[in-house]
Ligand binder design. Structure first.
Ligand SMILES: NC(=O)c1ccc[n+]([C@@H]2O[C@H](COP(=O)([O-])OP(=O)(O)OC[C@H]3O[C@@H](n4cnc5c(N)ncnc54)[C@H](O)[C@@H]3O)[C@@H](O)[C@H]2O)c1
Length: 255
């Protein structure tokens, strides 16, 4: 799909991977819709990017808010062609702590935002996209989800997070098959550790230890490298139903 003139929605669009992708797609000539819980950052980005941008404060886990997100996007830009699902949380918690087992609500919260939220936005975006006239390559829409290397090699303390990301990997092929008759492609990206605000919580010591485990290049990923992969997946019409790792060949250890 050609990006210029299309409408691009990114959840988690006010920070990290989502923000960098919003900036890239805006520079490539797309209308951009920033979906995030963080009103302050979202509104500042909307103001900076100007006319061809829209911020909608949205909790991806809320059916009503995500429905309203697409109503507002269509009201302003007419159509939605591309979705990037980036909203996510990664609170580290072991299955057994000093006080007992991980409370079920803590596990459910991560699944609710990362996995249920991804499906919530994916399904509602697909509905809106299914009404588009087919464009070049006969496509009506493209959806990219963000999984994680933790879907394959969950580390200590990542039980809920890796389960949520594994769900996204498993969803990808089914979603591509389900939405094939609507001419909507679905892919996912599984990054290792990247330099975003989410990784800012890691100490210099942890970053050094993580970097040493990476075969090449021995550094954390740059969010621009992630956004470049999003662009490739949107532009290449034969990419569908698959999850791509972006990780410098690292396979994460237990910690
Ligand atoms: N940074 C990494 O190393 C890394 C690695 C693998 C996967 N990921 C995944 O990439 C995605 C983006 O991560 P990031 O590093 O850019 O993080 P980030 O913390 O910089 O951005 C995440 C954004 O999601 C928003 N958000 C959180 N809960 C939300 C909700 N319920 N509804 C709407 N918005 C919500 C936050 O406000 C924030 O702006 C996440 O799904 C994360 O799991 C990140």
């Amino acid at each position: 799909m050609k990006i210029n003139g299309k409408t691009f929605v990114a959840t988690g669009g006010a920070s990290g991977f989502g923000e960098v992708s919003i900036r890239r797609f805006h520079a490539l000539g797309a209308n951009v819709v920033i979906c995030d819980l963080n009103r302050e950052r979202g509104e500042a980005l909307e103001k900076e990017l100007g006319e061809k941008s829209l911020f909608v404060k949205t909790d991806v886990a809320s059916e009503a808010e995500v429905t309203a997100l697409f109503e507002e996007a269509v009201k302003k830009f007419g159509k939605v062609h591309i979705l990037l699902n980036c909203a996510g949380i990664a609170p580290p918690k072991r299955i057994l702590g000093k006080e007992g087992p991980l409370p079920l609500d803590a596990f459910k919260k991560v699944i609710d935002i990362n996995l249920v939220g991804t499906f919530n936005v994916l399904s509602k975006a697909a509905w809106v996209m299914s009404k588009n006239e087919p464009g070049e390559d006969e496509e009506r829409g493209v959806i990219i989800n963000t999984a994680s290397a933790a879907a394959y090699e969950g580390q200590i303390g990542q039980a809920a997070y890796s389960a949520s990301k594994g769900g996204i990997v498993s969803l990808t092929l089914t979603a591509a098959r389900d939405l094939a008759r609507n001419a909507v492609r679905v892919c996912s990206i599984a990054p290792s550790t990247f330099k975003t605000p989410m990784a800012d919580t890691l100490s210099a010591e942890v970053i050094e230890s993580l970097s040493k485990q990476i075969p090449f290049p021995q550094r954390l990923g740059n969010p621009e490298e992630f956004a470049g992969l999003v662009q490739f997946l949107v532009e290449n019409g034969y990419m569908n139903g698959t999850t791509i790792r972006i990780d410098g060949a690292v396979r994460m250890g237990p910690r």
